[in-house]
Design a protein around this ligand. Sequence first.
Ligand code: 13P
Length: 255
Amino acid sequence: MPLIPLRPLLETVDKYHYAQGAFNVNAVAQAKAAIEVHEMFRSAAILQGADLANGFMGGRTDFQNATLEDKKIGAKNIANAVKKYAEDSPIPVVLHLDHGKNFDSCKAAIEGGYTSVMIDGSHHPIHDNIQMTKEVVEYAHARGVSVEAEVGTVGGNEDGVVGGIKYADLNECVRLVQEANVDALAPALGSVHGPYQGEPVLGFTEMEAIGKATNMPLVLHGGTGIPDEKIKKAIACGTCKINVNTECQLAFNKL
Ligand code: 13P
């Protein structure tokens, strides 16, 4: 079937109180494998391409230096492949841009065929984050594409997204959701991209409060290394999408 946007999938997830894994892919073969595994479980699939990973998939091996042109080519390459696999598949598939750096990155992904984008304005003051997000939402919604935004910052390093942990502020989350009209919210609450140093410490009380105050499906970044019990608790606190990247790349590199 054709690719679907994120919003209708997360509405179903929210209604039935489970969560959907969202898995990063850096190659066409990885996308194919991820869809096949979801088919085995008769589950919908969310595949993600990170902003710089689009540069890599556009042929830029030094992806840290990827230009907008590289990202445009990469977005089209991966979207064409994922579209083809999804069309032959009985499961719904979302193709989501992970950590879109700015409007142009999101536009490149949407033009390439992504059905959902994250605009990551979390490193900017909240007013600027809201403005950036609003601009992307207007462009994306006019094209049937969903938008995820982030408040607070996730720790660690992922494809050039480097940060220290900064907890999301509840009032800022409410403001962003009300003013920018997003489809999913990622409140950073102690999670880390890449491996954890010891047991992850997540702000479940804050997560539940933000979920209730915003009435939004929440996204948990930094899924690699979070124990099952904490994953279950995050779902009970309103998390509907759990991002996993490092674990996918480690598995792929072992092949
Ligand atoms: P991990 O690499 O820790 O799984 O995090 C993935 C992620 O949050 C993608 O946005």
